[in-house]
Design a protein around this ligand. Structure first.
Ligand code: GTP
Ligand code: MG
Length: 297
């Protein structure tokens, strides 16, 4: 059989996590329309089965968007993405718009990519939003760089051309072992996935700086009864943010809790009682110790 590790890298918000979910046909990675959604390397396992046999297993690593860090959390995120370059057999570099000014984030990543000899595939995502002429000129510009083995246009949200990408990756994969059981989609513990679902709802319900400054910590996870009881703390950076998260008469937090619970129930396949608390930890994103305590280490 064939197997290999594939890293998905790019600027924030280009659709990396959406692509991972589309490949797996299951939601493992949280997504949002806000930049810097993903904070850790998220592993998703794709096993191509035929007649009970695994023909190819690809372990995808979805990474945080590479950006100019403004705090310790941002540095951790960007380092996580850049370190993936060395750990994988193939790099998918994802973009969603043409290369523009000289100092654009994509140019920064391209410079870093030039320094590694890992095979690279360029994915131009969001083709539904790119004019055909623009797509052609993007294709040409990237092709002329001679850095990429393949260039593929996708619409990750609707799964368009994701099969083409998978086929190319499978063709390129080399003989190798099965790293995970073929029915395993991710090796992240349920606790982590649950905390991410809560964080995703925070990103959906809140605006501007507030969701970027939150961390979710699962304080207890009790599966002993018929209903799984989960207590989670939402940490934010300011007292004023705490007020925003809770909302008038607690409406915002209630909405977040309801949306999260529904998805957690689907994930765990059982009824869930979810209790959320909001706490303040000032400027936690600037402290290496604090970010490490929240699992960003
Ligand atoms: N129109 C369109 N939107 C897309 C497509 N792929 C992803 N999106 C949207 O783009 C936004 C960002 O998607 P994510 O998957 O969270 O992006 P990301 O690259 O993982 O972002 P970070 O984790 O912040 O680095 C979401 O609102 C997605 O629904 C696409 O092909 N077309
Ligand atoms: Mg992401």
């Amino acid at each position: 059989m064939k197997s290999g590790f594939v890293g998905i890298i790019g600027r924030p918000n280009v659709g990396k996590s959406t692509l991972l979910n589309s490949i797996l046909g299951e939601k493992i990675a949280i997504t949002s329309d806000k930049a810097q959604t993903t904070r850790n390397a998220i592993r998703g396992i794709y096993s191509h089965m035929e007649d009970d046999q695994c023909l190819c297993q690809l372990v995808f690593i979805d990474t945080p968007g590479i950006h100019k860090p403004k705090n310790a959390l941002g540095s951790y995120m960007t380092d996580t993405a850049l370190n993936t370059f060395k750990e994988v057999d193939t790099i998918i570099f994802m973009v969603d718009s043409p290369l523009e000014d000289r100092n654009s984030g994509d140019r920064y990543i391209l410079n870093a990519l030039e320094k590694v000899d890992t095979p690279k595939i360029l994915v131009i995502n969001k083709i539904d939003k790119i004019e055909p002429d623009t797509f052609s000129s993007m294709y040409k510009e990237y092709e002329e760089m001679g850095l990429f083995e393949e260039i593929i246009g996708t619409n990750a949200l609707e799964g368009k051309n994701v099969d083409v990408l998978l086929k190319k990756l499978e063709e390129r994969a080399e003989e190798g072992p099965m790293y995970f059981p073929p029915d395993m989609v991710t090796d992240h513990p349920e606790r982590f996935l649950v905390s991410e679902i809560i964080r995703e709802k925070l990103l959906h319900y809140l605006n501007e700086e507030v969701p970027h400054g939150v961390a979710v910590e699962i304080e207890s996870f009790d599966e002993s009864g018929k209903v799984t009881k989960i207590n989670a703390a939402i940490y934010c950076e300011k007292q004023s943010h705490k007020g925003i998260i809770i909302g008038k008469k607690g409406h915002t937090l209630k909405g977040i809790g309801m949306a999260a619970r529904e998805e957690i129930e689907a994930l765990l396949g059982c009824k869930v009682y979810l209790e959320l608390f909001v706490k303040v930890k000032e400027r936690w994103r600037e402290s290496t110790l604090a970010i490490s305590n929240f699992g960003y280490n």
